[in-house]
Design a protein around this ligand. Structure first.
Ligand code: NAD
Ligand code: DAU
Length: 339
């Protein structure tokens, strides 16, 4: 089987490439990535020499390029991770989110129609469901929860999901969609909560917690997400949406304190800053469908996953120090100065 993995130089896509190359040496993986600020060839370094791996630099929204790639590679499966993925960036500059997340998805779907594939899988997010109130712990997102987005990021992801389902219904493109909760683990770009807090704490810099830190996210170790996508691609039903999450809800403050404890750093580093506009209160996934249909369950408990993650950042300082010493400094200044 030949699989095009888009966005494979990013956090989850990179972990997925590693997972698939190790698990299925007989499959071929072609990674298509534009190498935006979030794409990093060092993430792919462990697989670059593998005979069944190939990297192609390009933009999923570049139609002639994508069509040429499909013509040459004739993939069986496409798994689309490529996206602008950071909510805060979508608030300061929404345009590129529409271009990559919506137009790019549309181009990939057109290429799938033109050249024929056995499966197009869209990596979506629980953010398409909006948020849940803090005082209703009995409520969870199911696949039937209506789309109700808050940020330009989540609106662009929901738009892409609608396109995917439209191409299934109208053109019979064999699609699946997964909507996962917050991931954490190795190769996570340090603009996101957990790696940002690890990097800042290790540098004894303030840890910027938005609002009161009471917002709740449902954390899943990235390898559990990769395993779920692999199962959906191989055994999931065409035309279906699968939620992925492990019932692991934590407030942001709880997560930040856990990171500090793991690093042996003081809670005095915590600094409360102005809240994110439109900040979603709580995400919580009901994973009953993927469990019942595909037997998926998370394997890594948060207590173990966070230890492994902190260890990875301690053991791989050059990976994230390269990132935070470059253009990232301008981003950080713009996003956090005077906040
Ligand atoms: P990321 O920002 O770490 O990586 C995105 C990758 O896509 C980068 O390598 C980037 O270079 C590439 N890319 C961006 N625009 C591109 C384009 N136009 N053409 C080709 N490549 C392009 O993102 P991530 O956190 O790994 O998320 C991957 C996917 O998973 C996204 O679709 C995101 O919406 C979804 N998701 C993320 C999470 C999470 O917690 N991070 C949870 C659920 C779903
Ligand atoms: O739920 C899935 C989504 O999770 C994915 O679709 C997104 O691509 C991914 O980025 C993530 O979105 P969040 O907005 O939940 O992740 P982020 O790491 O940006 O923030 C997590 C929480 O931490 C959120 O409530 C905002 C808060 N936060 C974040 C940062 C960067 C802070 O308090 N301080 C910070 O500096």
């Amino acid at each position: 089987m030949k699989i095009i993995v888009t966005g494979g130089a990013g956090f989850i896509g990179g972990n997925f490439v590693h997972y698939m190359i190790n698990k299925y040496p007989e499959d071929e993986i072609v990674c298509l990535d534009k190498l935006t600020y979030a794409g990093n060839m060092e993430t792919l370094e462990p697989v670059m020499e593998k005979p069944n791996f190939k990297f192609v630099k390009g933009d999923i929204a570049d139609r002639p390029f994508v069509f040429r790639l499909f013509e040459e590679e004739k993939p069986d499966v496409v798994v689309n991770f490529a996206a602008e993925s950071h909510v805060d960036r979508s608030i300061s500059d929404p345009g590129i989110f529409l271009q990559t997340n919506i137009i790019g998805t549309g181009v990939l779907l057109d290429a799938c129609r033109e050249y024929g594939i056995t499966r197009y899988h869209q990596v979506s997010t629980d953010e398409v469901y909006g948020d849940l109130p803090l005082d209703r712990p009995d409520l969870f997102f199911t696949e039937e929860t209506p789309l109700h987005t808050s940020s330009p990021y989540s609106a662009s992801k929901a738009s892409a999901d609608l396109l995917v389902m439209a191409y299934y219904r109208t053109f019979k493109v064999p699609v699946t969609i997964s909507r996962c909760s917050n991931n954490y683990g190795p190769y996570h770009f340090p603009e996101k909560l957990i790696p940002l807090m690890i990097a800042n704490a290790l540098n004894d810099k303030p840890l910027p917690v938005y609002g009161k830190g009471e917002n709740v996210r449902d954390w899943l170790y990235v390898e559990d997400h990769c395993r779920a996508i692999d199962l959906i691609v191989r055994k999931g039903r065409v035309g279906e949406v699968y939620n992925i999450g492990g019932h692991n809800e934590r407030t942001n403050l709880d997560v930040v304190k856990t990171v500090l404890r793991e690093l042996g750093k003081s809670e005095d580093l915590i600094t409360y800053v102005t809240d994110r506009p439109g900040h979603d209160m709580r995400y919580a996934i009901d994973p009953t469908k993927i469990h019942n249909e595909l037997g998926w369950l998370p394997e890594t408990k948060f207590e173990d996953g966070i230890k492994k993650t902190v260890r990875w950042y301690l053991d791989n300082k050059p990976w994230w120090e390269n990132i935070i010493s470059g253009e990232y400094q301008n981003y950080y200044e713009k996003m956090y100065k005077n906040r």
